[in-house]
Design a protein around this ligand. Structure first.
Ligand SMILES: C[S@@+](CC[C@H](N)C(=O)[O-])C[C@H]1O[C@@H](n2cnc3c(N)ncnc32)[C@H](O)[C@@H]1O
Length: 345
């Protein structure tokens, strides 16, 4: 009754036309405003043990959790109450619980990507007005780039790769741009020999070592820091297959400037003549295809563009492999998730 009374009052003051326009505008835009606030709150909680504690105990006692982790309960309660108001958490007495309808599991990677590219978007105006440049004053947070990649890739790409590893009976892997080594850890039960990983980032390599140690896999996986562009014949390791997951687009400066990627691919052929190459890449889709899909692929394209990484269409990737002297043994595009899978020799 009260709501009807309020609506009538608003229409009297604003006029019907303005009132209806206000409702339509808010209906369309609240979902966008809300995206920012929700992703800030969930992204922050994902940087704490909050959701692990919730999934272990089914509920969380904020006072105890804040004491144990030295968090400010004022902010945590505010965040939790906001998530209760959006029907994502429940509150019973002093205990917070996750709503059954809140399906966070397959989407954690998306929140990590927001953390990874947060400073890029915070600086969008500076980039637009040329006051700052990406790669000079603005950069992404590599810790969350690797966390986001691993978290999203374990859902679809990793199982596809495992099938390919089994199909070709590969026993060992050398993963180029290994990030936090989640991929090598995931594969470890399918590989009988020692595997290797390399990454240019000290942060990523440290995350990888911590992860490998946590999983007791130090005997089976060895990671080291190096620029894959500078690998030379001093490298003393053997692997049935070299894997390159979502790295090549970082080496492509523009659609017409693919020389660096080709140089790397040719060098790998020279250094590892008997190893196969397994490449996973994000494949560019045109703007109208993205409009149809209505998925996170649109944001995936946007944050790559904003951080000067160039996605290429599936066919262009194939051409690059052929130009680099490889034979394509397997090539598959999963358009629904914007991914390309290639096995080369
Ligand atoms: C998008 S992440 C992908 C990580 C991992 N391959 C995965 O799929 O989860 C890109 C990774 O490539 C690494 N990288 C970029 N350029 C590199 C280079 N020239 N040499 C070695 N690693 C590089 C980055 O440090 C980062 O960890």
């Amino acid at each position: 009754m009260k709501t009807v009374r309020d609506v009538i009052s608003l229409i009297r003051v604003m006029g019907l036309k303005k009132f209806l326009n206000l409702i339509r505008s808010l209906k369309q835009n609240t979902v966008f405003f809300r995206g920012f606030f929700v992703s800030s709150c969930i992204g922050t909680l994902l940087k704490t043990p909050f959701f692990e504690e919730l999934s272990t105990n089914g509920k969380i006692d904020l006072e105890k959790f804040c004491k144990e982790n030295n968090y400010d309960i004022y902010f945590l309660r505010g965040i939790c109450n906001y998530l209760v108001s959006l029907d994502l958490l429940d509150l019973a007495g002093d205990m917070y619980k996750m709503r059954k309808s809140f399906r966070l599991n397959y989407s954690k990677g998306g929140y990590h990507f927001i953390s990874a590219y947060y400073s890029v978007f915070e600086n969008l105006e500076n980039l637009l007005s040329k006051r700052k440049q990406y790669g000079v004053e603005v950069s992404r947070d590599i810790k969350y780039v690797t966390a986001g990649s691993a978290e999203t890739e374990k859902i679809i790409p990793y199982p596809y790769v495992k099938r390919l590893i089994k199909k070709y009976e590969f026993k060992s892997v050398f993963d180029l741009g290994c990030g936090n080594a989640e991929f090598l850890i995931y594969l470890s039960d399918a590989l009988s020999e020692k595997s290797y990983g390399v990454d240019i980032s000290a942060t990523a390599v440290q995350e990888a070592i911590n992860n490998i140690t946590k999983h007791n896999l130090s005997e089976k996986i060895y990671v080291f820091q190096s620029d894959i562009m500078n690998l030379d014949d001093k490298i003393n390791l053997k692997a049935d297959v070299l894997t390159i997951l979502y790295i090549l687009h970082e080496l492509v400066e523009s659609e017409n400037s693919v020389g660096k990627a080709i140089k790397l691919l040719k060098n790998l052929r020279t250094l590892f003549p008997s190893s196969k190459l397994l490449v996973l890449e994000a494949c560019k889709q045109d703007t109208f295809a993205l409009r149809k899909t209505k998925s996170f692929l649109a944001e995936h394209h946007l944050f790559h563009l904003a951080s000067k990484q160039t996605l290429l269409p599936f066919g262009d990737w194939k051409n690059i492999f052929l130009q680099s002297g490889y034979k394509i043994l397997d090539a598959m595009e999963l358009r629904i998730v914007g991914q390309g899978f290639f096995v080369l020799e």
